[in-house]
Design a binder for this molecule. Structure first.
Ligand code: GAL
Length: 698
């Protein structure tokens, strides 16, 4: 393909799209089909194309299309979806196939997203329903002029297995794909443009940010009621109870119909739990049992291959969607079920048990197994989110597979893999690609492991105990119950902070949980292709030898540095500026690393100088629409600061038509260092979610 045919179309300020070849109409962006947040993108302003467009080359090799993009010698490459095993992909080849069991560091994952974010301050996304292979500076062309870098392994100790490369190459076995470029100037700006272009970030209902508990499989209504009551008796907040396999007549494959032996009156059950402040979330997966009432109707719209002898419906088809939707609406949504856990939608034929339909399966819409596997999770999220939208109720749920263009979906990824460190790395990684992730707790080797995992999960997009197999409860290790309870309560106290943080994800595209590499000033900007830093500093202010994949930002102001079983101390990297310990207010100089020894009862949390952290009282469950809460506004340090507090009903989509207010909580500091705080008001007649404000200065 000649260079002259490469036409970059400006589609929003700082965003360009190139049609390479003949892109298929089936892709993540076309499935999502959500309008860009144009006003927010406009206020980010215009930006220059981040590298020389003439350096982009497209060619066809065999059945593949190959897109080459320039890469500077010092650039790091982040993102690529929910990567559990690596933060910086520079020098690696990534095979972005959906995989439910991604144990190896190949790029396969529950949520492969061909979107990379460069430390140079830009991002590139390939919109396709097919598996993308990305050579992230791992491929070298013979005409690159890099042969002068050849070294002899036997004589030169600086020889490296991965040679120096000047390019990223993306390849896909398809007729074409859309390439998007997102400008910075910072890596966070590139991520924001990506999120905003695809509709902004998800805003969960307030109850979604409370604590979740999933009960063991095959629990009866009475067992669930008893477990729910135990939370209230112990004063441990809980907002959502999740039902696992067994709530329906058949689970693998699934009917989606209530099992009347275990749940004689589902409607009453959901209503009673709602009265006690619990939402119900239902586990399910896409493969439809021959015993399901919708089986016959779905059959003509399903694939050539089954899964567990159930149908694999082609949910790219409106007809299949309508059948699923009508049943779910009638039997779940209308009786008050709050949402779903969309399981098992991430198979590839090469996982441990080979349960998924193969890549060569065919579907009535004309797509094949590879495409539907890559998109299944996205399709299920979109269908169910649209269903709740049509009822003007926000949902928040779980999903095991996702894809590109997904930032607006109110779903959180999870995994059957269970390594605490990998779970924290996934927290760091998810924010690069418009994804949310929960390091859910299931079981533990020891009470120490239990506490450490519980502390982490309380600082994540979804704080959940998934007891489906182990029957654990927050009080399963009695010797540490007070610590666990304290963190679950703290999660509730931080709800106003977290909720407004998510509102900023919706409005400005800022990921609520993110890696240190997305913090201002942490990465040093480098021009793509130039191989040069425009600053003498090294990334991470001199601490570049470590990736910092074990600590993350929770909102704009809190830095969380988990400890893992067996550790009594750890090193924390604090970016430039002053920082304060969240609980004691102790002051730390940033731009360096510190050693902390927090004891089992604490997870290290640091607050940025000048930050305002809004907190509420502990409640059994999140406040409902119309329920006013009083706030304590905690200010840290000596600098003035602001926090934008989101004020809306917390449950419906009224905010999308302007029914919200941003309230500014602001601290000024006078010449003598005296601080005073104020919160902007609202017009008369506005029914605020907030009552009294009290300031606490640290
Ligand atoms: C797994 C899922 C678990 C649990 C289980 C039920 O695939 O990851 O969280 O829901 O299915 O069978």
């Amino acid at each position: 393909m000649a260079e002259s045919t490469l036409i970059w179309q400006t589609i929003a300020p700082g965003i360009w799209r190139l049609k390479a070849g003949r892109p298929s109409t089936l892709s993540p962006a076309s499935v999502m089909n959500r309008p860009p947040k144009t006003a927010a993108l406009q206020s980010m302003g215009e930006a220059e194309f981040p590298f020389d467009a003439a350096d982009v080359k497209i060619e066809r090799v065999g059945g593949r299309i190959v897109v080459a993009l320039p890469l500077g010698s010092e650039e790091s490459l982040y993102g690529l979806g929910l990567q559990l095993l690596k933060l910086n992909h520079r020098g690696r080849t990534r095979y972005l196939r959906v995989n439910s069991d991604p144990k190896q560091d190949t790029g396969e994952t529950h949520a492969p997203v061909p979107f990379y974010v460069s430390s140079g301050g830009y991002g590139v996304y390939a919109d396709t329903s097919r598996i993308v292979t990305l050579c992230c500076g791992s491929s070298v062309r013979s005409d690159s002029g890099l042969s002068g870098n050849a070294k002899d392994r036997n004589r030169d100790s600086s020889w490296k297995a991965t040679p120096v490369s000047d390019r990223v190459e993306m390849t896909v076995a398809d007729e074409g794909l859309d390439i998007y470029v997102f400008a910075g100037p910072t890596p966070l700006d590139a991520v924001r443009r990506y999120n905003l272009y695809f509709g902004g970030g998800a805003l969960p209902p307030r109850w979604g940010l409370g604590f979740w508990h999933r009960v063991p499989k095959s629990y009866s209504a009475d067992e669930v009621r008893a477990e729910a009551a135990a939370f209230r008796e112990r004063g441990i907040p809980c907002d959502v109870i999740g039902l696992e396999p067994g709530w329906h007549t058949r689970s693998y494959p699934v009917t989606y119909e209530w099992n009347r032996e275990l749940f004689p009156d589902p409607e009453q059950f959901v209503r009673d739990l709602e009265k006690d402040g619990f939402k119900i979330n239902l586990w399910e997966h896409p493969y439809v049992s021959p015993d399901a009432a919708i089986y016959e109707a779905l059959q003509p719209f399903s694939g050539s291959h089954t899964v567990w002898h159930g149908l694999a419906p082609d949910y790219t088809l409106p007809e299949a969607q309508a059948i699923y939707r009508e049943q779910h609406e009638r039997e779940h949504v209308k009786i008050g079920v709050s949402g779903y856990k969309l399981d098992e939608c991430d198979g590839s034929e090469l996982t441990r048990n080979s349960w998924m339909f193969p890549a060569h399966a065919s579907f009535p819409s004309g797509c094949d197994g590879e495409q539907l596997r890559q998109l299944y999770g996205l399709l299920l999220q979109k269908m169910t989110d649209d269903l709740y939208r049509s009822h003007n109720r926000r949902t928040y749920g779980l999903v095991r597979a996702s894809a590109g263009a997904a930032s607006s979906l109110p779903y959180v990824l999870y995994s059957d893999l269970y390594d605490h460190r990998d779970y924290v790395r996934a927290l760091c990684n998810s924010g690069f690609s418009g994804l949310l992730w929960t390091p859910e707790v299931r079981k533990a080797r020891s009470s120490e492991d239990w506490v450490r995992r519980m502390q982490t999960v309380c600082f994540s997009p979804l704080a959940m105990l998934n007891a489906w197999a182990d029957g654990t409860k927050p009080w399963s290790f009695p010797e540490v119950e007070p610590i666990v309870a304290r963190y679950i309560r703290l999660r509730m106290q931080l709800l106003p902070y977290l909720y407004s943080t998510f509102a900023n994800y919706w409005a400005e595209g800022v990921p609520p949980v993110r890696a240190m590499a997305l913090e201002a000033g942490v990465l040093v900007r480098e021009q793509a292709g130039s191989g040069r830093f425009d600053s003498d500093e090294f990334a991470y202010g001199g601490a570049a030898d470590k990736e910092w994949d074990d600590q993350f930002m929770f909102g704009d102001s809190l830095l969380v540095a988990p400890l893992f079983e067996g550790e009594t101390e750890r090193i924390v990297y604090l970016p430039q500026g002053l920082w304060y310990a969240f609980d004691t207010g102790e002051r730390f100089e940033g731009g360096r690393t510190i050693r902390v020894q927090p004891g089992l009862e604490k997870i290290p949390v640091f607050v940025k100088d000048g930050a305002v952290i809004p907190m509420m009282a502990v409640m059994d469950h999140a406040p409902r629409a119309g329920e006013k809460i009083d706030l304590e506004l905690h200010h840290y340090g000596t600098s003035p600061g602001k926090f934008r507090l989101f004020d809306d009903d917390g449950e419906t989509f009224a905010y999308e038509s302007g029914e919200y207010r941003w309230r500014t909580a602001e601290v000024t500091v006078d010449a003598e260092g005296r601080k005073s705080g104020s919160v902007s008001g609202t017009e008369a007649g506005w029914s605020s979610a907030y009552g009294e404000f009290t300031w606490v200065f640290h």
